[in-house]
Design a protein. Structure first.
Length: 275
């Protein structure tokens, strides 16, 4: 059993059957909290947690919710990417369970918020800071994430190769930061994401990057490939409050990796370092 040292893992593992990402995918993240992996827990059925395998007792982890591509209930479809993000010191709660062939809804993501806001800071979840939550997802999963933007418990949204499908004027009313990671003009969601970015009101922080890889992204490359790299900096910035990580997204780092970046009103985004 690989999850053994942290209080979080210990307690949840008592009732879970952990699956090590190393055994299945040959990678476990490159962030400062690596190695990371995933597990399920009876405490919240129908969901999958990605976390560092060893969490220092004095460390706090913020939370990223994840909606899978295709709104699939297979919470391991993007496992290398999600493991990479977890290794940067984040608890990821993906909708669904490992290998599940069914589907998910936005409500399943909302259940993750209900669960973690009622349990963070206590018992098995003592290391979790649920005052820092971002909702994110790929493609159809991005629509599930968008649906959380009206929830006061969520501070920001990550749209990965996605965009609103019909009620797109909703973007005119967004008041929270939205980050768009798109696959360039050949990405089927490119127009949707571009349109939402443009529709957001002035003053609300927004960031958009395009990497010419199409709709499929790099989620299943080792450690999530270039999406894993930028995702790691992103969570360190917007969830852990490391302002130096922002430099990758707004400066030469992302550009040198092939991203075409645009952003506005980021000065209105303030995140204090997590403690
Ligand atoms: C778009 O409309 C659907 C259906 O009414 C809703 O569930 C969803 O939350 C809306 N999205 C946003 C971002 O408001
Ligand atoms: C964004 O920041 C500017 C300058 O600090 C401020 O005038 C404006 O009200 C802010 N907008 C929002 C939506 O907070």
């Amino acid at each position: 059993m690989r999850y053994s040292l942290s209080a979080l893992a210990l307690a949840t593992l008592a009732s879970a059957s952990p699956v090590s990402i190393e055994e299945r995918q040959g990678n476990s993240g490159t962030g400062p909290f690596a190695p990371a992996g995933y597990y399920t827990s009876d405490a919240l059925e129908g969901h999958t947690f990605y976390a560092p395998q060893n969490i220092p007792s004095d460390a706090k982890l913020p939370v990223m919710l994840w909606g899978n591509g295709g709104c699939s209930a297979d919470a391991t479809g993007q496992a290398p990417f999600l493991t990479e993000l977890a290794s940067h010191g984040v608890l990821v709660i993906a909708s669904g369970t490992p290998g599940n062939g069914g589907g998910t809804t936005a409500e399943i993501m909302t259940q993750s918020i209900d669960f973690i806001t009622s349990n963070a800071g206590q018992g098995d979840w003592a290391n979790i800071d649920a005052s820092r939550i971002t909702a994110a997802g790929w493609s159809c999963g991005g629509i599930e994430a968008y649906a959380q933007i009206w929830d006061d418990r969520v501070q920001s949204i990550g749209i990965w190769s996605s965009g609103l499908l019909d009620n797109y004027t909703a973007a005119n009313d967004f008041t929270k930061p939205v980050f768009f990671f798109l696959g360039g003009p050949s990405d089927i969601a490119y127009q949707n994401g571009e349109r939402d970015y443009a529709a957001m009101p002035a003053g609300v922080p927004k960031w958009k990057g395009n990497l010419d890889v199409g709709h499929g992204g790099t989620y299943t490359d080792t450690n999530g490939g270039k999406f894993g790299v930028i995702g790691g900096y992103w969570v360190e910035w917007i969830l852990r409050g490391d302002s130096s990580a922002a430099d990758y997204l707004t400066g030469d780092g992302a550009k040198n990796d092939g991203w075409t970046v645009e952003y506005a009103d980021l000065e209105n985004l303030s995140v204090s370092p997590i403690e």
